[in-house]
Design a binder for this molecule. Structure first.
Ligand code: GH3
Ligand code: MG
Ligand code: MG
Ligand code: MG
Length: 308
């Protein structure tokens, strides 16, 4: 983990006191330590400054534990982009009730204005470290989430992500009686491609085909790898006739793909099966099975076609 370096952090000081005598030693020490510091003279200007500066921590120095303090805390906390910025409160009022209320308003900590500047600095450091750890965890979590949902070869949704998306759309279709269609896409005679050109070229075919379909679909659609060389497309708000048009366009696009392998050009075709949600469908699986049966009939009829 990266060493803690004060120069990486920017602190915004919001001061609501008429004089800021109590803060002077803290400000001097913060500057000396290397932190970036900005200063606003009242709480009204705080939001604007936060927007502009995106500070890593906000230090509020206010004489009175008034409603305005809690308001600032709550206002900042309500903005999701500021909610994770630690807000540290320096107050003259150390009564237990006021203290708890301060923390509940979204402040991470509350210190007495009579605190020694080293105590304030230590507290700032702790909360900056906690924030950085949290950000690193968030990043790791997003990366992991992406890995868990992505097919490593093609970069499209894997079976897990595909089914999760499909279940959500299926439930919506069922609840609101909305149209919902599924396409099952399978490469024709793919085994022959592997046998003729090798597995690596087979992989390149899968990648090229995935890219082509992804580029074609709408943002609301979901495309992913169901397994091997079979892919599914979920088309929310799409009737059978429209789904058939989408399938036909995909089929034509795929037939135009050509991969250059040494002196040869590799082309592929796909067969596509369609199924559309019907009120009797109890599960997503029922629709996928129907799409698979349509796919099978497209194969039987000679491949490179759409089956309904
Ligand atoms: P059909 O037209 O009936 O679909 O014939 P096909 O040859 O495509 O069908 P089959 O199910 O016999 O073969 C599918 C092939 O897909 C076999 C398998 O090795 C290959 N395959 C599955 N996953 C991958 C992969 O990730 N990379 C490569 N290169 N091949 C794969
Ligand atoms: Mg097969
Ligand atoms: Mg196949
Ligand atoms: Mg297959």
């Amino acid at each position: 983990m990266k060493a803690f370096n004060p120069q990486d952090f920017h602190i915004l000081i919001v001061d609501g006191t008429s004089d800021n005598d109590n803060l002077q030693p803290t400000i001097a020490r913060l500057a000396e330590t290397g932190y970036g510091i900005s200063f606003v003279a009242n709480e009204q200007k705080a939001l604007e400054a936060i927007k502009q500066l995106q500070p890593d921590l906000i230090l509020l120095n206010l004489t009175k534990q008034g409603a305005n303090v809690l308001e600032i805390g709550k206002t900042l906390h309500a903005h999701s982009e500021y909610a994770r910025i630690p807000k540290l409160f320096l107050t003259a009022n150390r009564e237990q009730e006021a203290l708890l209320e301060t923390l509940d308003s979204g402040m991470v900590d509350s210190l007495s204005q009579a605190s020694n500047e080293l105590e304030v600095l230590a507290c700032i450091r702790t909360h900056l470290k906690l924030k950085r750890n949290w950000e690193q965890l968030q990043k790791a979590y997003s990366e992991l989430e992406k890995l868990v949902n992505t097919d490593p070869l093609t970069g499209v949704a894997n079976r897990r992500a595909l089914i999760a998306f499909g279940e959500r759309e299926f439930n919506r279709a069922k609840r609101y009686a909305h149209p919902f269609s599924v396409l099952a896409i399978d490469i024709d005679r793919f085994k022959q491609i592997n046998d003729t050109y090798g597995h690596d070229i087979g992989d390149r075919v899968l990648i090229a085909m995935s890219r082509s379909i992804t580029q074609y679909l709408r943002q609301v659609d979901c495309f992913g790898r169901f397994g091997g060389e079979e892919f599914l497309v979920f088309l929310p708000e799409t009737e059978e006739l429209q789904a058939a048009k989408v399938a036909e366009r995909i089929r034509k696009r795929i037939a135009k793909i050509s991969l250059q392998v040494a002196e040869q050009t590799v082309t592929i075709t796909v067969s596509i099966g369609i199924a559309t949600y019907q009120p009797g469908d109890g599960t997503l699986d029922a629709i996928i099975k129907r799409a698979d049966r349509s796919l099978y009939s497209a194969k039987e009829q000679g491949r490179n076609r759409v089956g309904i």
